[in-house]
Design a protein around this ligand. Structure first.
Ligand code: FDA
Length: 305
């Protein structure tokens, strides 16, 4: 895809007016269901049950980011605790993913940490793993630091590392040393050349190097990608080094490469699908568009029907 289209979509992901238009439009709302479970927790529960029946585990993600008020941050915290309790009560096979800016990181780090602690206390009580998603580079340092700090108290917390950032090898080294679980992704935000690789080849090369580090020495890493050559490399690597499938998992996004998800189940690998839900689905959907032009065609053609 042209870099221009990708950049434009990532720019539009931040645009308030377009967001309001798209969110209120019934057709785009329906189309978003291809990538988003629905607007409420029970939608996510329904999707999780279907995936679990197919042998796929789930990471539940309550959509929302960059909240600007304490009330919104508290509401998100409350909703996450409700999700954790629902996982426990229903016995579904799921854990959760949180974004620090949904918990108030833009307002203050203290507020964000207080909210995160509430979520982690509940998660610890229910023995459910919590992954802290990685957002744009303005948040990387704080996210890594918060993950390390929380992990000292709550072992069931991990975070995400993006292979497009130059700093990621150092971050992974430290997270491995501390035994923090890492989900490895390529990275979904627009980053400058001063901080991140700009070309797929470089991002992929970095991904493979970091993936090998994690598979060899990480604590139950998650290899989160739909990239077939990389997935083949991962399977060859674990076979060559005798790494058991119980030592790591593959992760993919809801609605993307369902054929590959099935294939991994058949091959007896652990596969977890990231299932987003909630009313704030616009930036998430735009990032999925930016990754693949065919998705844009799908959304536009369905919206015009
Ligand atoms: P790449 O973009 O090179 O795509 C490889 C192939 O995958 C494509 O050729 C296509 O077949 C398929 N594909 C990829 N994206 C698609 C799409 N949108 N629609 C249809 N097909 C697609 N990022 C981040 O910055 N912070 C985070 O916390 C997370 N969390 C996260 C969790 C999980 C479970 C996953 C799988 C991904 C993330 N990401 C993320 C997103 C990640 O950074 C990345 O943008 C996407 O996974 C797409 O990159 P791929 O690794 O799939 O490779």
């Amino acid at each position: 895809m042209s870099l221009f289209l990708k950049d434009t979509l990532l720019y539009l992901a931040q645009n308030q007016q377009i967001r309001d238009f798209v969110i209120q439009n019934r057709l785009t709302r329906n189309v978003s269901r291809r990538f988003v479970a629905g607007e409420v927790l029970t939608d996510a529960l329904q999707v999780t049950r279907i995936l679990n029946k197919r042998g796929i585990q789930v990471a539940l993600d309550l959509l929302g980011e960059n909240v600007a008020s304490e009330n919104e941050a508290h509401a998100a915290t409350h909703d996450y605790i409700a999700a954790i309790d629902l996982i426990k009560d229903t016995g579904i096979d799921a854990n959760v993913s949180v974004k620090l800016t949904a918990l108030g990181l833009d307002i203050s780090r203290e507020l964000c940490e207080q909210n995160l602690i509430q979520i982690l206390q509940e998660a610890q009580k229910q023995q459910i793993f919590v992954c802290i998603d990685m957002e744009g580079s303005a948040y990387t340092e704080r996210t890594v630091q918060i993950a390390l700090k929380m992990h000292a108290q709550f072992p069931l917390v991990g975070t995400v590392i993006q292979s497009y950032l130059y700093r990621s090898k150092d971050d992974i080294t430290e997270l491995i040393e501390q035994g923090v679980r890492v989900r490895l992704v390529k990275g979904a935000y627009k980053e400058p050349a001063s901080l991140a690789y700009q070309h797929k080849l470089d991002v992929d090369r970095a991904y493979i190097e970091l993936m090998h580090m994690l598979l060899a020495r990480g604590n139950f890493p998650a290899i989160a990608t739909h990239d077939e050559p990389i997935l083949t490399d991962a399977r060859t690597f674990v076979r060559n080094y005798g790494i058991a499938p119980s030592k790591f998992e593959f992760q993919m996004l809801y609605g993307i490469r369902r054929d590959l998800q099935e294939q991994f189940v058949q091959q007896k690998y652990s596969i977890r699908v990231y299932v987003p839900y909630g009313s704030q689905w616009y930036p998430y959907l735009m990032r999925r568009m930016a990754e693949r032009p065919a998705n844009l065609v799908f959304v536009v053609s369905n919206s015009l029907r």
